[in-house]
Design a protein around this ligand. Structure first.
Ligand code: SF4
Ligand code: SF4
Length: 406
């Protein structure tokens, strides 16, 4: 990011960010993006203690960045403010636990069935709410019996020279490996072999909880590892919009790491497949799928600025109907909606999505973000999938449209 996106004088006080902030829309507990962002930044530059306590209510959804006519880096200012707040006051144990997504995933891998039983057992949930402040009302993500890395078996493909590395992110690796397997199957169908490697969490949950030093350490470690592959000619693919945004934007904007070589090689999975299609290298003889889905665009996909790359490809599948829900933020925002005091805010934000699902009459929803998948299922009871699962079902029919592996 050019430093002038942090320039306070760029803010013209139009308050467009305020009118598009999903949190400010549903609660007055949050002072708002302009107030917490450029208004207070000028004081924070003099004295880091000038952080409004309501900064914890920012979800880091980045809708303010998308609409700001002056290109002010509002959400990044808010992230730095959260970091300053945590440096001064510390972070609750609850936030450290929720933000340690890969640490939790590695622990759950030892006995995922036991973790799933416990996190679905109401007395345990009430205890977690009372002692830690984790909402007993929010559905907890279930862990898969085996991780994506355990399940993925590279297949032999005929003579493609493309080198493609997959960054699965924590949710695919620990909770929903089927998304990564669907990507591998679609690419294998197109004679492209997927390389996988061991990475840390991208760091976004830590950033969103103000744990910036830990997030930066993960960023530096991941970047070094990813650049080894980039130097060897690999393209890096993600299926999670939040991982994509973090690797491609936050590593440089928030942590001032030189990630330019990575940015040049980083691609969202559907952008990559769309490029193959444009080059005439995508197999487009799809099976008929007489199914109807609602589509929810994750905030971070919108913020990444790559539009809705899945839609053009899904339109090629005979019989498939996709209804754009067009209802804005789902409200979960990673770890946010799991916090006892944030749960009502998260659900109030998600009401628009819930209404859109009900009014469209769809029984199944597709969306690229694992946390949006969880929230929409929680809000509506609908089955929710990644669009890659639908594409895989049309390319290499199997059991792709099941919510999770056990
Ligand atoms: S949208 Fe941008 S320019 Fe307008 S008030 Fe918000 S930060 Fe300032
Ligand atoms: S990142 Fe989202 S919640 Fe935070 S100020 Fe911007 S619009 Fe509001």
């Amino acid at each position: 990011m050019s430093e002038n996106r942090y320039a306070l004088d760029n803010c013209i006080k139009c308050s467009i960010c305020v009118s598009h902030c999903p949190v400010a829309r549903v609660t007055d507990k949050f002072a708002g993006p302009k107030q917490n962002g450029p208004d207070l930044e000028r004081f924070r530059l003099e004295d880091p203690a000038a952080v409004h306590p309501s900064i914890g209510y920012c979800t880091n959804c980045k809708n303010c960045d998308v609409v700001c006519p002056s290109g002010v880096a509002i959400s990044a200012m808010n992230c730095r403010a959260k970091g300053a707040y945590v440096s001064l006051h510390g972070a609750p144990l609850r936030d450290k636990l929720l933000a340690g997504v890969d640490r939790m995933g590695r622990a759950a891998r030892l006995a995922p069935w036991l973790v799933n039983r416990l996190t679905g057992w109401q007395p345990f949930r009430l205890l977690a709410e009372k002692t830690l402040g984790i909402s007993s009302r929010m559905t907890m993500p279930r862990y898969a019996g085996k991780t994506f890395r355990q399940l993925y078996k590279p297949v032999h493909v005929r003579g493609s020279s493309r080198k493609v590395l997959y960054y699965p992110g924590c949710y695919v690796n620990y909770n929903n490996p089927r998304v990564g397997l669907a990507l591998a199957a679609v690419l294998a169908h197109n004679n492209i072999r997927l390389e996988v490697a061991d990475f840390d969490c991208c760091g976004l949950p830590l950033t969103a909880n103000g744990l910036l030093a830990e997030a930066r350490a993960k960023a530096a470690k991941n970047l070094a590892r990813l650049l080894e592959y980039v130097d060897r000619g690999y393209q890096v693919i993600t299926t999670c919009p939040s991982c994509y945004l973090t690797l491609g934007q936050e590593y440089s904007e928030l942590f001032q790491l030189d990630s330019r070589p990575l940015q040049e090689k980083l691609t969202d999975a559907f952008v990559f497949l769309s490029q193959l299609k444009q080059q005439g290298e995508l197999a487009v003889s799809f099976q008929e799928l007489p199914l109807r889905f609602g589509y929810h665009q994750p905030c971070h996909l919108k913020a990444a600025g790559c539009g809705v790359p899945s839609q053009a490809l899904l339109q090629l599948i005979p019989g498939l109907q996709v209804v754009d829900l067009d209802a804005g933020c789902c409200g979960l925002s990673g770890t946010y909606g799991f916090k006892k005091e944030k749960y009502p805010v998260s659900q109030a934000i998600g009401d628009n999505v819930k209404r859109a699902v009900q009014e469209s009459g769809v029984e199944q929803v597709i969306t690229e973000c694992g946390m949006c998948q969880l929230q929409i299922r929680h809000l509506t009871g609908a089955m929710v999938y990644h669009p890659l699962q639908v594409l895989a079902e049309a390319c290499v029919p199997g059991a792709w449209l099941t919510p999770e592996l056990s």
